[in-house]
Design a protein. Structure first.
Length: 396
């Protein structure tokens, strides 16, 4: 892989700019899930112990270049300090006088969190002037945000051309795990891809069907494939404009010898009577007011049998509307089966994406899989064989 890693950096007494991903969900102004904060602790701890001045940078939400109080990273300071067991200073801006003054006050070993990078339009534009303003705050640059590595932003790509640049420990671990498990996976290899839209995963699907032996589809994405094959999906969420793309993917799969598993039964609700009891029906029985909200038991059993015949599994996306029980039952059943196979050593499982990680957490099996990536877009683009800008600039 040729990554420039932290063990090659001299950080003692240096100002080290660290790109982290603290884009954590907030509830009433407080961090509701500290998973991404925890992921950054090894790199922060390493730099702290080596006597570096640790300057953390992140985005939060989509303020679109404007200062939005509800998206301030100040909300992260207290939970981060609690996790670290050490104080965390906060700068009211990420560039300019306020940021420079906060950096000047730092002593070796201290940690400073800068305000939201996306309060400035130059961040997402990868504006060279904004990147230079960030670079003026540090001596070294460390990228520990694999989840943002698919974006060529000032803090993920531009900075690496201005300062000596290294991969953080979380970035290094995630890339090494993915390469180890998926660089030469043990066949048969199966994929499970769920979620809402074919359009957001088109490149991934086209890539996977040429490399997998089996691919199971769930979520609203599967509705589009069923529609493309001539099934009436009622009022279900779908992308009819993607039907031709879906048929092309199915044809590529056939030509490549990849077996596609689509739903054979589904769990539906009535859009005109939201309180009506869920019903398990075959695809042919869907009525105009029905919406598909989950895979049916026969579809899940088909998926479990395919898992049992596989040696490697790659999973991204839920199979149903997991935030609305009982429409999470298909996802939970399949996840727990995969976890059992992984723990018995019969299946190597790689899972990625925010919704997938949330489902794992809800199922209580976060540690059961071989690799769990919190990254969404970056995980998908890496899986699709794309070059990630934030990784490319860290390679020798």
């Amino acid at each position: 892989m040729g990554l420039r890693t932290l063990d090659k950096a001299q950080v003692a007494g240096k100002r080290v700019l660290v790109r982290v991903d603290f884009n954590a969900p907030l509830a009433e102004g407080r961090v509701a899930d500290d998973t991404r904060l925890r992921a950054a602790l090894p790199t922060i701890g390493f730099l702290h112990q080596k006597g570096a001045q640790v300057i953390l940078m992140s985005h939060l939400g989509r303020p679109k270049g404007q200062r939005v109080a509800s998206m301030s990273l100040r909300a992260v300071v207290e939970p981060l300090a609690r996790l670290m067991g050490a104080p965390v200073a906060f700068a009211e801006d990420c560039v300019g006088d306020l940021a420079q003054a906060a950096v000047r006050k730092m002593a070796d070993g201290q940690v400073l969190l800068l305000e939201n990078l996306r309060f400035h339009p130059g961040e997402e534009r990868n504006d060279p002037a904004f990147a230079r303003d960030l670079a003026a705050l540090g001596d070294l640059y460390v990228d520990d945000a694999f989840s943002a590595a698919h974006r060529a932003h000032a803090s993920t790509e531009g900075l690496a051309h201005l300062l000596p640049a290294f991969a953080g420990l979380a970035m290094q671990r995630e890339l090494e795990q993915l390469e180890t498990v998926l660089g030469s996976p043990e066949p048969p290899v199966m994929g499970i891809i769920g979620g809402a839209k074919v359009s957001t995963k088109l490149d991934l699907l086209n890539h996977l069907v040429t490399r997998l032996q089996r691919l199971a589809l769930g979520g609203a994405m599967a509705n589009t494939f069923c529609f493309a094959q001539g099934h009436d999906v009622g009022a279900s969420l779908q992308e009819p404009e993607m039907a031709a793309n879906a048929r092309a993917i199915l044809e590529t799969a056939r030509a490549s010898g990849c077996e596609i598993l689509l739903p054979i039964d589904v769990v539906v609700g009535d859009t005109q009577a939201p309180d009506a009891a869920p019903r398990v029906i075959e695809l042919a029985a869907i009525q105009a007011a029905d919406s598909i909200f989950d895979l049916g038991p026969a579809s899940v059993s088909q998926m479990l049998q395919a898992m049992d015949a596989s040696r490697t599994l790659v999973w991204n996306g839920p199979l149903g509307v997991i935030e609305r029980p009982p429409f999470d039952s298909g996802t939970m059943r399949a996840l727990r089966h995969a976890a059992g196979r992984a723990q018995s050593g019969d299946l190597v499982v790689v899972a990625g994406g925010g919704d997938t990680v949330a489902a794992l957490r809800a199922a209580g099996i976060t540690d059961a899989f071989d690799v769990v990536s919190t990254a969404g877009g970056a995980f998908l683009e890496w899986m699709a064989g794309k070059t990630l800008p934030g990784v490319a600039v860290l390679q020798d």
